[in-house]
Design a protein around this ligand. Structure first.
Ligand code: SF4
Length: 257
């Protein structure tokens, strides 16, 4: 019997596929990545790293006041709402659909004693409905249903929208940042209705299988400049590789593990 090609999906891979199959091909099959990730992404990653370090008892000093203020605001909020429970951070999970098909992901925060999954998002304009409808959120809840977690909490931290004024001191700016950053939250209970996601995920695997089989990953030109410009535009439109590097096969395999 011929062994079928394994397929690894994640929320980001599914988002990418839905947005533009060609982008999926460039990013996850060919392994292209921009030489520099965007500042917005770096800001979010920094804050995630700091929050993780806090719960792991490590010390990290935020240098960027905007990141520092976001961190302080979140920790204040968390301690006032939850106290000091045992928290697991960045837990990797795998949902095995059989025949080499799996979904992988990382859970931001888990509070096992509450049966609660916490997802952190940094948004310019906090909008929990966007988080709730996302693949990531649905996959998290699906994982929760299968693993005895009953609560799913979304925490949106507003990204700072202000700049330091010329006559303002660092301390004054920091205080204004703390006022500017807001925390919006919502908890939903995970019930059996999320099990319907299984069928959607199976469809997604079938779709990827068809793409692999045909070897054609169509371009969705409508997605090139919606919201922001696609990071692969020069590569996709002109074949220009100047701003990119390509992952090795070893790295690609590691990503899919
Ligand atoms: S530039 Fe447009 S068509 Fe090309 S990968 Fe990006 S979204 Fe797809």
């Amino acid at each position: 019997m011929r062994k079928s090609r394994s397929i690894t999906l994640s929320a980001s891979r599914i988002n990418c596929l839905c947005n533009c199959p060609h982008e999926y091909w460039l990013k996850y099959i060919e392994g292209w990545r921009p030489l520099q990730s965007s500042d917005a992404l770096k800001g979010g990653k920094n804050l995630h790293r700091l929050v993780e370090a806090f719960f792991n008892g490590e010390i990290e000093i935020p240098i960027d006041p905007k990141v520092g203020a976001g961190y302080e605001k979140f920790i204040q909020y968390f301690l006032s709402e939850y106290g000091t429970p045992i928290v697991e951070t960045e837990q990797r999970f795998e949902l095995d659909f059989g025949y080499g098909k799996k979904i992988i992901g990382f859970l931001d925060l888990l509070i096992p004693e509450n049966g609660e999954i916490i997802e952190l998002k940094f948004q310019k304009i906090p909008d929990l409905s966007v988080i709730r409808r996302s693949w990531q959120s649905k996959i998290y809840r699906f994982w929760g249903l299968l693993n005895g977690y009953t609560k799913y909490t979304m925490i949106a931290i507003k990204k700072p929208g202000i700049r330091q004024k010329i006559k303002e001191t660092e301390e004054e700016f920091y205080q204004r940042l703390l006022e500017d950053i807001t925390i919006t939250t919502e908890t939903v209970y995970i019930d059996n209705s999320i099990f319907a996601l299984r069928a959607e995920l199976v469809e997604m695997f079938d779709y990827v299988k068809q793409l692999h089989k045909g070897g054609i990953y169509p371009k969705n030109n409508k997605a090139c400049k919606v919201f922001w410009e696609c990071q692969f535009l020069p590569l996709c439109q002109d074949g220009c590789t100047l701003f990119y590097e390509q992952k090795t096969q070893k790295e690609l395999k590691k990503d899919a593990r």
